[in-house]
Design a protein around this ligand. Structure first.
Ligand code: UDP
Length: 459
């Protein structure tokens, strides 16, 4: 190992799994660490870094790359998820080792590696260099706890019980569990990724989770008994929590084409709370049948709407539908946070990805839950029944949420007393969420503690 000359400021290397839903929160967390006086280098894969469009990324974060073995195309170039993960482990370990040697030689050595829980092999590499390690959990703690139980073999799989009782969680139906557990065996590759998140957890120095204490206190308290867990979220840029968009524009890397201007201009002349915003995130794919139901549910409800349909999903929109729209705008991507922060937006039809969920909750936007798979199922249960900021679209026997159900949900949120209650709850959560990341709040304190502990240990 090269001889290390310690820099004054502790230096963290942050390694997200290369998708939007993982890079976004880890980039925001990087900025928090920077604000607290640390030096931060964010590591992306060669393939994902080729697709970034940086939007005024006015930050002192440094960027480096490693290889996942698929430098042209990343995951989409791999035969399947199993091949991707195994190749990433092999090639990633080698290229991360090279990167750490390079940084040490250039007197830019690392003190602590913060890695995405989807990449547990990073721990072995970091330990070779005798570095401190923190694992970053990108999902909700309720979901982490359920997946951890599966990893430990504390859940009988396939699930035989209808009711699942776990510490720190409300009573759950089996169908509320992440789909890879409820529908055990359907996607073994993803099941392995989600359970392997915990394979190295007893060897890391800190466990950081993108949530905030007040949102899920019981399960966080329970997990704290077994991990050195710190809740540090929501990893949403503070300027959005403060609605100071115009002051600061350095909020992110966008893997897709940003066309926020058209959305914001379009929203500007719409009445307060009048627009339905619809997005199913960066990866989920809907059936043609479901896409058609959403299209007519939105059209028939007669309200303004913005519908994000990614380029790869566009062919599923019914023929001629886009041309006849009077009150709708269809975009391939938008700056979601800017949309949430706009007062014209009245509700969010969502797949319940954890980032979208936390972002809407933190900006006070009530939701219509239409989860598709994985942790989205459990997130939907919590936003509807525990945090009470959403209604759920009801699927038919094929699992398709029909246009009538979508219309009913929109009407319920936009027009009824229950809708008002959900909106008020959303505003309450917004305030709690903002408080948690403000100076002295629960997440802010945890970040300060992490920074202080790191400073103390490296002395
Ligand atoms: N997002 C965005 N514009 C869009 C749709 C999504 O900026 O049009 C962002 C969103 O703000 C969130 C991320 O993409 O940070 C999606 O992450 P999430 O966990 O919600 O879902 P995933 O894409 O992982 O399924």
């Amino acid at each position: 190992m090269e001889k290390e000359i310690k820099n004054q400021i502790p230096h963290c290397l942050i390694i997200p799994y290369p998708t939007q839903g993982h890079i976004n929160p880890m980039l925001q967390f990087s900025k928090r660490l920077l604000q607290k006086g640390l030096k931060v280098t964010l590591v992306n894969t060669i393939s994902s870094s080729k697709t970034f469009k940086t939007i005024n990324l006015n930050t002192s974060i440094e960027f480096e790359t490693i290889s996942d073995g698929f430098d042209d195309g990343g995951l989409t170039a791999a035969k399947n998820i199993e091949t991707y993960i195994e190749t990433f482990r092999r090639t990633g370990s080698q290229t991360l080792t090279q990167l750490l040697h390079k940084l040490t030689k250039s007197n830019n050595s690392i003190d602590c590696v913060i890695h995405d829980a989807f990449l547990p092999w990073v721990v072995d590499v970091a330990k070779e260099f005798e570095l401190y390690v923190a694992v970053f959990l990108t999902q909700a703690c309720c979901v982490n706890s359920i997946n951890f139980h599966a990893f430990k073999g504390w859940l009988d799989l396939p699930l035989l019980e209808k009711e699942i009782v776990l510490p720190g969680l409300p009573k759950l139906e089996a169908a509320d569990l992440p789909s890879f557990l409820y529908k055990y065996g359907t996607h073994p590759g993803y099941f392995d990724i989600l359970t392997n998140q915990f394979s190295m957890i007893d060897q890391v120095d800190w466990v950081l989770a993108n949530t905030f204490y007040e949102l899920e206190p019981e399960v966080v308290d329970w997990l704290k008994k077994i991990w050195s867990l710190k809740t540090i979220g929501p990893c949403v840029p503070s300027m959005f929590l403060d609605r100071r968009i115009q002051d600061d524009n350095d909020y992110g890397i966008n893997i897709f084409n940003p066309n926020s201007e058209s959305c914001i201009k379009w929203l500007d002349d719409k009445p307060k709370g009048s627009v339905v915003y619809v997005s199913f995130g960066s990866r989920s794919s809907l059936s043609e049948d479901q896409t058609e139901e959403i299209a007519y549910g939105l059209k028939n409800c007669g309200r303004f709407f913005i519908w994000v349909v990614r380029e790869s999903e566009k062919s599923k929109i019914p023929k001629g539908f886009s041309e006849t729209l009077e009150k709708g705008l269809i975009v391939t991507w938008c700056q979601q946070l800017e949309v949430f922060a706009h007062e014209a937006v009245g509700c969010f039809v969502t797949h319940c990805g954890w980032n979208s969920t936390l972002e809407a909750l933190s900006l006070g936007v009530p939701m219509i839950a239409m989860p598709i798979w994985t942790d989205q199922i459990t997130n939907a249960k919590f936003i509807v029944d525990v945090w009470k900021i959403a209604v759920k679209g009801v699927g038919d026997e094929k699992g398709v949420v029909r246009r009538e159900s979508i219309e009913d949900c929109i009407r319920e949120i936009m027009e009824t007393e229950k809708g008002n209650e959900l909106k008020n709850n959303a505003i309450k959560w917004k305030n709690v969420s903002k408080k948690s990341v403000d100076e002295g709040g629960s997440s802010d304190k945890n970040i300060v503690e992490f920074v202080n502990e790191l400073m103390l240990r490296r002395k």
